[in-house]
Design a protein around this ligand. Structure first.
Ligand code: NAD
Length: 325
């Protein structure tokens, strides 16, 4: 039991931060959530929730006061449509958030710091084909991430390493591979593929349409990890003594077309996939979980189908409410 620890969750108004705040509360932690917005889809579980822009140094000092451990989820981010377009905003906002939060944590004597990096750090040249070799942690170098989002993640990974080496702060770094689940962004331009496809299929079903649009030929491949596995993995890594970046994702690769087929089956609504031009990201990406299994003695276990059942049901409900407005 660790009920006396005070924990800061940044980005607590967002998808993973919202779920992780609840997870920590259930474990008995005292939680301060910070974000520039309150959670959109439910009440925060945090003991305290502060609206603060973490690009600002003074706000980062305020956020980290009296805190033992930080889970840093705050980021200017979104799906391919977003991260392929707003490179300057993303690299400026995220480097300010991360540099200031880390230094404020050090100033306030935080002992353990969890940073959420991404599979987007991996070089484009290793992700050129659909049947891609799964990515191992050491594949990140020589570096050539596709977008500014990945470059900034790599920069902050390195910043965490130097803070550990120079100041003795215990930093932990995870590389997520497409986390999905209910209570995440599903509309508005920042949503990722599982949410976007669920929304399109739900709209089609509820309005009687038999077509949806898919960006590109839909043959690009990815792996997808359900949020409940994600929060377990985050916690296990934070409690471990492994300080190098670690993949956290599923290693079952599917095409975007296959993802759409699974959602159609769950929705019980068949639609024609109309392929249109749009940002697709790298051609193929999968997680190599060898290191994850070795370090944590565990790997994500919730199937894509099971995770999508819950996610689709939640998004269909959101769409129904929107249509009724
Ligand atoms: P999200 O967009 O739902 O949450 C991020 C939160 O950060 C948002 O609520 C946003 O308002 C907040 N934020 C943005 N700018 C801020 C600022 N200046 N000050 C304070 N808060 C600010 O995203 P998520 O899916 O919950 O992702 C959480 C973390 O995991 C992010 O760092 C993201 O880059 C990383 N990640 C997520 C995935 C994924 O598949 N969801 C994959 C790889 C990495």
């Amino acid at each position: 039991m660790t009920p006396n620890k005070k924990v800061l969750v940044t980005g607590a108004g967002g998808f993973i931060g919202f779920h992780f705040s609840r997870f920590l509360k259930e474990k008995g932690y005292w939680v301060r959530g910070v974000d520039i917005k309150v959670p959109e889809f439910g009440q925060t579980s945090a003991d305290e929730f502060e609206l603060l822009d973490l690009r600002r140094w003074d706000n980062c000092l305020q956020a980290t006061r009296g805190i033992d451990e930080v889970y840093a989820f705050a980021a200017d981010m979104g799906g391919m449509g977003y991260i392929s377009k707003y490179h300057a905003d993303i690299i400026r906002n995220n480097s300010l958030i991360n540099t200031h939060t880390l230094e404020a944590a050090r100033t306030n004597g935080v002992s353990r710091y969890f940073y959420t990096s991404s599979a987007c750090v991996y070089p484009e040249y290793k992700q050129l084909v659909t049947q891609v070799t799964p990515l191992k942690e050491e594949d990140a170098f020589p570096a050539q991430p596709q977008d500014a989002y990945g470059w900034e993640k790599l920069f902050t990974e390195i910043l965490c390493k130097y803070y550990r080496e120079q100041y003795g702060m215990e930093t932990r770094v995870v590389r997520f591979h497409n986390i999905f689940g209910p209570q995440g962004t599903w509309d508005g331009g920042r949503e990722k593929a599982p949410a976007a496809l669920s929304r399109k299929i739900a709209y089609a079903k509820l309005t009687g349409s038999r077509q949806i649009e898919i960006w590109g030929d839909g043959e690009q491949t990815r792996s997808f990890c359900y949020i409940d596995d994600c929060v377990q993995g985050i916690y296990k890594l934070m409690r471990s003594d492994h300080y190098e970046p670690l993949n956290l994702g599923q290693d079952r690769m599917v095409t975007i077309n296959e993802l759409a087929d699974i959602i159609m089956k769950i929705a019980d609504w068949h639609v024609e996939k109309v392929h249109v031009p749009g940002p697709q990201g790298v051609r193929g990406r999968n997680s190599d979980n060898t290191q994850l299994k070795k370090v944590l003695g565990w790997e994500p276990e919730i199937s894509l189908e099971k995770g999508l059942e819950t996610t689709y049901a939640w998004i269909e409900d959101q769409v129904r409410q929107k249509l009724a407005q």
